[in-house]
Design a protein around this ligand. Structure first.
Ligand code: SPV
Ligand code: MG
Length: 435
């Protein structure tokens, strides 16, 4: 007689290892096995984005011996699917009793109790986990196509994405691995910003479109050698349309996910100067045409060209900013970045609100460098999809180097500054491959 009881198991399916096979083998003993494959949306707020897309992961799971059905799990919380399916059993490793998954466990138990389902917890296979495997895997994988597509996948699956400036491979490595984990949240950066300001500063040069593309691309390529997260590149004005085509091609081939170009013309200066220096905003139609030309020349479908509006920076007013946003989106821009140098976020929030009336789904980006009091959740609730922390790591490293150099001269030895420095032992451990 066939066993008609049903067992539910939720997995991401990104890395199949003996721990997953162990739990599948155990689950089969209780009945028909339904796997809930967690989609990008279910995972992205809590873990790094899976390497493989949902469709690929589902296909792999469907072909594992002992798996009867694979369905989509769109929530981190299992209880949503449990209430829908009412399986006789939910099976899970016992590692979720504490930490950020403890709440999911509680909700799942409550959902099971409602109709008399049972929770089976099996001993977690200790020598392996998807997260540890994926860290190892990602160390060596940054295939351009996969990395590039991650930004669109993240935009689709996460309410708001956190991007941080990386001016060097070491700054990118630190950010790639950084986590903040509490009982409630697991925060990490989703990708990198190649900033014209910090790339220029790193070279001791002004931020006036002085570094050529070869220099910027070499730096990006060096960062890509040691990381796996997606990259958005600040391409200043994009240059002449005829040159912009080549820049788009080059960065697209490298595996960059998006470029942002700003609607300025002539000698570009850093936006945070505003009208304190001479800067000219580009003609709206000419800039829109540059976007159109760029979109027509990209190689891959995933690559994004985002238009950055400088109307608020140059005090041209909210209506001008909105008019331009409308025009740029109509000409093919994949997203809008609105910039501001005010300490107060009011104008950014007003723009977000008004922009969303006409464009509920177009990605909206901001750079909260001067209005830094606002929490990312508030920007997120105001409709911003991408938040870029554009220069903090460069500013931090400059200050640390400055203080260290000063202290060595002042004290005529290095002992006084030693406790502010990373130890030599730690720095040796930091770089993969160092023995
Ligand atoms: C950059 O990081 O280079 C930017 C953002 O363009 S800002 O410096 O604020 O203009
Ligand atoms: Mg810049």
């Amino acid at each position: 007689m066939q066993n008609k009881k049903t067992v539910y198991l939720g997995v991401s399916g990104d890395f199949i290892h003996h721990g997953i096979i162990n739990i599948i083998n155990e689950a089969q003993k209780y009945g028909t096995l339904i796997i809930g494959c967690l989609n990008d949306k279910a995972l992205a707020e809590h873990k790094r984005l899976p390497y493989l897309t949902y469709e690929k992961r589902k296909k792999i799971l469907e072909n594992i011996k002992g798996v009867d059905t694979v369905i989509e799990q769109s929530d981190w919380d299992y209880s949503v699917n449990i209430k829908k399916l009412k399986p006789d059993y939910l099976i899970h490793g016992d590692d979720w009793k504490s930490g950020p998954q403890a709440l999911v466990r509680e909700n799942s138990k409550k959902a099971l109790e409602e109709y008399g389902g049972q929770l089976i917890e099996i001993q977690y296979t200790k020598d392996v986990s998807t997260s540890s495997l994926s860290e190892d895997y990602y160390k060596n994988r940054g295939a351009p196509e996969i990395r590039k597509g991650m930004l669109r996948r993240l935009i689709k699956s996460k309410k708001t994405i956190r991007i941080i400036e990386a001016h060097s491979p070491i700054s990118a490595l630190i950010s790639e691995k950084m986590h903040y984990i509490s009982d409630k949240v697991n925060r990490q950066f989703d990708g990198f910003w190649s900033s014209s300001l910090t790339d220029s500063t790193e070279m001791g040069k002004p931020d006036i479109e002085l570094l050529d593309l070869s220099h910027r691309a070499k730096n990006i390529s060096d960062i890509f050698e040691v990381t796996s997260k997606p990259m958005i590149v600040d391409l200043d004005t994009g240059g002449l349309p005829e040159h912009f085509i080549h820049s788009v091609n080059r960065l697209d081939r490298l595996g960059v996910s998006a470029v942002i170009i700003e609607d300025k013309t002539g000698l570009k200066k850093n936006s945070l100067f505003g009208n304190e220096v001479e800067q000219t905003q580009a003609d709206m139609n000419e800039f829109a045409n540059k976007i159109k030309i760029g979109k027509n020349s990209q190689i891959s479908q995933d690559f994004m060209i985002i238009a950055r509006i400088e109307s608020l920076i140059l005090e041209k007013g909210m209506n001008d900013a909105l008019k331009r946003a409308n025009k740029y989106v109509k000409c093919g821009a994949d997203g809008i970045m609105i910039h501001s140098r005010q300490k107060n976020p009011d104008e950014i929030l007003e723009f977000g609100k008004k922009f969303r009336v006409n464009f509920p789904d177009v990605p909206l980006i901001c750079v909260p460098s001067s209005f830094n009091e606002i929490y990312s959740d508030d920007l997120s609730n105001a409709g911003f999809n991408i938040i870029i922390y554009a220069n903090q790591l460069m500013r931090a490293s400059y200050k640390a180097m400055y203080d260290t150099a000063y202290s060595i001269l002042k004290h005529n030895r290095s002992k006084e500054i030693e406790n502010k420095l990373i130890s030599i032992k730690e720095i040796l451990k930091l770089i993969p491959g160092t023995e």
